[in-house]
Design a protein around this ligand. Structure first.
Ligand SMILES: C[S@@+](CC[C@H](N)C(=O)[O-])C[C@H]1O[C@@H](n2cnc3c(N)ncnc32)[C@H](O)[C@@H]1O
Length: 329
């Protein structure tokens, strides 16, 4: 344990916090570890920013940061000066310190410096999350039960469920070694296939990538141009649409990413889509599929619908296009 990393011992942590800060596995500096069982959905940490810079990242300057630093109380300045580059040496530049320890605050179109949230390491298969906040206060929430002694991690980006290992590492600018990143393992190889597949399936059902944009032919994950055009025009038939949605949920589950927040995001479209069928024979299959207990079971039955036309197919694209227009208005 180096003297510099011991600086973290002096960080202000809530007295009743269910975690402690200590060294993590090699290369990961320090991290947050559960000191007792933390139940799924439990709030692990609620934190106010030390300061906020109300600017997009690319416009934040060292001068902005020094001005914010000077406005802090001496005690808060002391806390800022405890920050270390991955628990090693102090940061050379305040911009680096800010980049490593800040979170975007959508409500303010700016970024806040969070001393304690930033001590938690990343995983592409996390056990916690920091949901988007509507104000300056952010929270760390368990997305599964976390055992005492287990490292608490969250995913640093919000679209990693559809990014493969090398894409994730390019964005992170460090090499993560979680189960989905450990090269040479069958899980890792399957993980890349699953996440690329999830990206394509999201495109097919939403008619846009996770960034809300349509893809040009060079960057598209959908190789078949007719299929991509059908996705862009929101004219994927209802039967296929339901199969793609169920497949997405099944793959997320296989990947270990189907936590309660993912379910909140992906289950409603399945419920809505399954309620739209107008052709009686199709509606019967959907009913049987939806009665199955598992996503795999639902998907296997729903595959019987593949390629089947439904009376709702005539009006569906128009309805979806109107919804898209309303959302973007
Ligand atoms: C916000 S800090 C996290 C806390 C940091 N470990 C510390 O000791 O201060 C982010 C840095 O931690 C390291 N890190 C976080 N998650 C990691 C992971 N899964 N694998 C390797 N390094 C990681 C990287 O150096 C990253 O730039």
């Amino acid at each position: 344990m180096t003297l510099t990393s011991l600086a973290y011992r002096r960080l202000r942590i809530p007295k009743d916090a269910p975690f402690e800060l200590r060294p993590s596995s090699p290369g990961k500096g320090w991290g947050g570890f559960a000191t007792r069982l933390i139940k799924q959905g439990e709030q692990i940490l609620k934190e106010e920013p030390l300061f906020v810079i109300p600017k997009p990242t690319q416009y934040i300057t060292n001068e902005d940061l020094w001005a914010a630093f000077r406005r802090l109380t001496p005690a808060d300045q002391g806390q800022f000066l405890l920050l270390r580059d991955n628990a090693k040496q102090p940061f050379m530049m305040s911009k680096e310190a800010f980049a490593e320890n800040s979170f975007a605050l959508p409500a303010k179109f700016g970024h806040g410096l969070f001393l304690v949230h930033s001590r938690f390491n990343h995983s592409c298969l996390p056990n916690a999350t920091v949901p988007a906040s509507s104000n300056d206060i952010i929270t760390l929430v368990a997305i599964e039960d976390i055992m005492a002694g287990e490292e608490i991690t969250f995913c640093y980006n919000n679209d990693f469920e559809c990014k493969i290992r090398c894409e994730r590492h390019k964005i992170l600018r460090f090499v993560c070694n979680c189960k989905a990143c450990l090269v040479g393992t069958p899980f890792q190889q399957l993980s890349d296939v699953r996440r690329r597949f999830i990206r394509g399936l999201i495109y097919l059902t939403a008619g846009a990538g996770i960034d809300g944009k349509s893809q040009d032919s060079s960057s598209s994950v959908i190789a078949d141009h007719r299929l991509r055009e059908a996705a862009d025009n929101l004219s994927i038939p209802l039967s296929n649409r339901l199969i793609y949605l169920l497949l997405t949920l099944y793959l997320l589950e296989e990947e270990g990413l189907l936590d309660y927040l993912m379910r909140e995001r992906f289950e409603p479209p399945v419920v809505v889509t399954s309620s739209l069928f107008q052709t009686e024979s199709n509606a019967e299959i959907v009913k049987t599929a939806m009665a199955q207990k598992t996503w795999q079971g639902k998907m296997l039955i729903a595959f019987r619908l593949y390629g089947r036309h439904d009376a709702a197919d005539e009006s569906l694209p128009e309805m979806l296009r109107m919804l898209r227009m309303l959302r973007s208005a």
